[in-house]
Design a protein around this ligand. Sequence first.
Ligand code: ATP
Length: 334
Amino acid sequence: RGAVSPEAGADERQVEGALRPRSLDDFVGQERVRDQLSLVLDSARKRNRAPDHILMSGGPGLGKTTLAMIIAAELGAPLRITSGPAIERSGDLAAVLSTLQEGEVLFLDEIHRMARPAEEMLYVAMEDFRVDVVVGKGPGATAIPLDIAPFTLVGATTRAGMLPAPLRDRFGFTAHMDFYTAEELERILHRSAGLLGVPLAEDAAREIAGRSRGTPRIANRLLRRVRDYAEVRGDGIMSLDTARATLELYEVDELGLDRLDRAILDVLLNRFRGGPVGLSTLAVSVGEEAETVEVVAEPFLVRSGFLARTPRGRVATPLAWAHLGITPPPDAAF
Ligand code: ATP
């Protein structure tokens, strides 16, 4: 994984635990979502009932897991964590649902990747707090209804639009998680530096925030690398110079582009005159899987206005030519 990938590996999730905000007040940014949530939670507490089911949509590393933990903590409820890919059969889901405690918060990450039959089971559970357990096979099979404890489902997905409407409709509200502003990331970085116990200069925080692609996970990861550098090769202080040296070492440029991002732009401009070029051709040219290019690199390139996806293929924008300091040919496609 690159230094600016928004996804986390299992090891990284372990380290991340230490930097997680534990309360809504500690959670930086996402004003609207925080406001919506605090209303739902306050009202549930007042009525002494489990709140409506909550859907969170947004890219990896924006704080969905963190918010689910905060929801459970604010309700004083236990939390169960599972994910769509872990639910391959409806039996997997039945096992989870039937062992929930009253008021428990069930966090279902990547809910759009759950098996279809399980989805049907989830509809009933969400609406009626009931699971129909099928016993036997073929014509003799019977469904035995089983009451389950009232719970709150917190579903997370990268795109709410990908969910089937009947599932989407069963959530009380959808929290749309946006990318963070540079100022919000700076606040997160200062908070994290405090927890790590390593001094962070204002200008260093600004530098790291600017290269973190609007994503707290990336900001915290870059911070940990700057901390390493400061402790091993520096004077133990995360200064601007240390931050710059670290980011250069990890090949993260001033806009947060890494080596793969720049390779893609380089090939697109220098070999294909700015496109249009197909995804698979582009991927082969940079020596990567098409999926890596599409899922890891492209979203940020598109969001930053360097690349456009058109029906005829990928096209570089004028900004891409400018960023690489190349004059576009007169017939460039944009
Ligand atoms: P994924 O979908 O990949 O599981 P996620 O959206 O669930 O990602 P989290 O695991 O919640 O992301 O957050 C990643 C890291 O970023 C955590 O270490 C967390 O502490 C930090 N973080 C996320 N959002 C915030 C925030 N608003 N304030 C402070 N830290 C945050």
